[in-house]
Design a protein around this ligand. Structure first.
Ligand code: NAD
Ligand code: ISE
Length: 341
């Protein structure tokens, strides 16, 4: 059976996911798309055979030739489309964030629990990256002992003018929070945020606010391990994702990237990816390959759930408050429903 997918939002990442799901990922095809910008949706559809442009997201969700939905519109629209997909009884893959407030993510959890089985997966693609998976397997093997500290560095060469001060937490560090919860098998219980003087590239931006960049976050967890997150979003030299878990008997770190290392002129050099697409392309491919296989076969979903979407959004809300107040802010999650055990 081929899984027929409808995509809501054909901007930057929506177009990449259409490309993936309409040819690259086995057992999937895109049959319906929509975008707020109809001209854009028509242009994207014209690149392929067999894709119908719909007037809005609800028309995509309720189309007879759509089995499952991918939501890649702007964050504030996610709740509406995820809830409508659940109401239609269809699987829905939602790019991060699941929703922009913890209250909205809880409404999604309530609807999914009432439905009685998992329909929602959230786009935290780092869980599908081969290096992070090896890191998790190493921790599980016990060879480094119990994890005590996770150092997570998230560096972007630059960000657009629309990128605001809070986005370093809600748009960027949110990935570090999710992957940390997954690697350490722990919930986040509190956060502090500090900042040195700002990178000059984050100041006096044409058409954009002044940023506080980098940010350093100290994040407490339910197991007593501490996570240290550094976001640098104007670092120019490349898109560099760093990670090291320090355990009681050893450490495991993400290796430098690049297929080759060049030794010349008294130096060794390894390439740094230019952007998140280059760094995580195969993680996105694996994420959709596994999602399509699980949805098509009716196997239980194993990817990031509504609970994970809620936990990440709740940590972000605390992080923004910690940034604004300079204080430690606790994260108090509701009781976890059995559906997500
Ligand atoms: P974008 O602005 O390029 O594209 C979003 C598109 O959604 C736009 O074309 C817009 O017209 C459309 N849209 C907005 N509201 C709509 C609505 N109600 N109905 C239909 N279309 C609507 O943004 P983007 O960078 O592609 O980001 C989209 C989502 O993907 C965001 O939630 C973002 O956080 C997420 N994202 C995830 C990653 C990742 O690493 N996993 C990377 C980039 C973006
Ligand atoms: C972007 O939205 C992403 O999700 C990328 O993975 C992240 O690295 C970047 O900082 C965000 O702006």
């Amino acid at each position: 059976m081929t899984l027929r997918i409808g995509v809501i939002g054909t901007g930057m990442i929506g177009q990449q996911h259409v490309e993936r799901l309409h040819g690259l990922v086995p057992g999937a095809t895109v049959t319906a798309i929509t975008d707020h910008n109809e001209t854009l949706a028509k242009e994207v559809a014209s690149r392929y055979d067999g894709i119908t442009v719909h007037p809005d997201g609800h028309s995509v969700i309720n189309a007879d030739d759509v089995d499952a939905i991918v939501v890649t519109s702007w964050g504030p629209t996610h709740e509406e489309f995820v809830l409508a997909s659940i109401a239609a009884g269809k699987h829905v893959f939602c790019e991060k964030p699941l929703a922009t407030t913890a209250e909205a993510t809880l409404r999604i959890i309530e609807a999914e629990v009432a439905h009685g089985s998992r329909l929602v997966q959230v786009g935290y693609m780092r869980r599908y990256d081969a290096a992070y998976r090896e890191m998790k397997a190493t921790i599980a093997s016990g060879v480094i002992g119990a994890p005590l500290v996770f150092m997570s560095g998230h560096r972007n060469p630059d960000v657009p003018a629309i990128y605001t001060r809070e986005m370093a937490i809600v748009d960027t560090a949110v990935h570090d929070f999710d992957v940390a919860r997954w690697l350490l098998d722990a919930e986040i219980t509190g956060i502090r945020v500090i900042a040195p003087r700002s990178n000059r590239h984050g100041l006096d931006r044409e058409g954009g606010d002044d940023l506080q960049d980098p940010l350093l976050m100290t994040v407490e967890t339910s197991t007593g391990a501490i996570i240290h997150v550094e976001t640098s979003v104007n670092i120019r030299y490349g898109y560099d994702i760093r990670g090291e878990v320090i355990g009681e008997d050893g450490t495991v770190a993400l290796a430098d990237r690049g297929l080759t290392a060049v030794r010349a002129n008294g130096a060794v050099s390894v390439q740094v990816p230019g952007d998140f697409q280059a760094r995580f392309r195969s993680a996105f491919d694996t994420e959709f390959t596994e999602w399509v296989a699980q949805v098509s076969s009716g196997e239980p979903l194993t990817g990031p759930s509504s609970w994970d979407g809620y936990a990440a959004t709740a940590v972000c809300a605390a992080g923004v408050q910690a940034l604004q107040t300079g204080e430690r802010v606790g994260v108090d999650l509701v009781e976890k429903p059995a559906l997500y055990a």
